[in-house]
Design a protein around this ligand. Sequence first.
Ligand SMILES: O=C(O)C(=O)C[C@H](O)[C@H](O)COP(=O)(O)O
Length: 203
Amino acid sequence: MTIADIMRTAPVIPVIVVDELEQAEPLARALVAGGLSVLEVTLRTPVALEAIRAMSKVDGAIVGAGTVTNQQDLADAIDAGSKFIVSPGLTEPLGKAAVGERIPFLPGIANAGDIMRGLDLGLTHFKFFPAMAAGGLPALKALAAPFGQCRFCPTGGISISNASEWLAFDSVLCVGGSWVAPRGPVDEQKVVELAREAAALTG
Ligand SMILES: O=C(O)C(=O)C[C@H](O)[C@H](O)COP(=O)(O)O
């Protein structure tokens, strides 16, 4: 799968923070059951890598790592079986390493210079982060105009109430958000409902 394939799989990529390893599998099961099969597990907690391993065993789940900020994170994430890599930003060392690994890579961008650095590395698909704080949809529309070949996954401050507006913009293939995967004990029924509602979003 390319990063474009992954971004087109569902309208929303859940951004997941796993605090307790036992939450990983039921959370993944519920999200996939609700129609969200692409799962971004942030490397923000000590159990994140183990959570990626556990979630990868769930039928239909396409599990990747988020908050990958350097080459060590990248190596750890790949070792844990991540199918794709998301980063809040783009540095040259991380970008070169991810391209060298040939793993689908979605780095964060927030300005034209970031996008141009990505293009230099052969990348065209980016996370727009932090989407709302960086100016919201008007900012992305302005930023995307000179870069017609680029496609985006806005993330940061997106929820069920504003996701459709983002998805209606041609350059947006999907959005990312934590609202579909609340932290704490997993209420599977609730997560299935949140996922279903998100999976049905259109632009
Ligand atoms: O962890 C990372 O690597 C990030 O880049 C940040 C997350 O994508 C956002 O924090 C999600 O934003 P919310 O949906 O507003 O909670």
